[in-house]
Design a protein around this ligand. Sequence first.
Ligand code: SF4
Ligand code: FES
Length: 254
Amino acid sequence: MSGQSEHNTKTLKLIVWRQAGPDKPGRFETYTAKNITDHHSFLEMLDVVNEELIKDGKEPIVFDHDCREGICGVCSQVINGLAHGGQERTTVCQLHMRLFKDGDTIYIEPWRARAFPIIKDLMVNRGALDKIIQAGGYTSAHTGGCPDANSIPIPRPEAEYAMDAAECIGCGACVAGCPNGAAMLFTGAKVSQLAALPQGQVEAAERVVAMLQAAQDCGFGNCTNHYECQAACPKGINVKFIARLNREYFKAQF
Ligand code: SF4
Ligand code: FES
């Protein structure tokens, strides 16, 4: 067994963005990742590299992670120029090293966007997305106790549409992939999810205006239909939710 995994190990050259703090200069540094198997996830590969750095008395590479199951949205890294590594519908934590060949060179960078300042190395502050949610990504109606499941009938297509929008995990890859650093796919998903449901109707107009204003205040850019957001999204959020966002904003003017 051990012979088999030894046989399958690979060595990779990593070119990693290192930055000591928000106002410090950043630079690429080169590392060697040894004894990496097909079964390691990308984050486990970085764990292996960090173990070696710690053993050598060097600073480990700082990166964000939490669930490692593709559901929390924090593992934000640009790998070989693509947010989350470019594999369709895959977060960095779910990207596996079987995709890379022995001897490959891999470039690893943080999300690059004006609204996401770098905290350290690969870790960025994505709090601007929270500010958009705080501006209106909720319903404030007092609904009392937990209602019965089917007390508000919702047609299946609307329920499915809302669930598709609700798949957004708030990772920010859409922002990192966008040449304008726009948060339109994220905001569109959050607005559409609520706009599709009866509970979201009451505050629909105030919500869309407030969330778009918050996005602008946070320094996100505007959508110019590049579709890079959809390509970068690990959850397959569709640009149709940006169209819905625009329609909701238009309706809110009357
Ligand atoms: S729309 Fe997709 S890429 Fe953007 S924050 Fe949501 S899950 Fe991440
Ligand atoms: S660590 Fe939670 S989605 Fe990757």
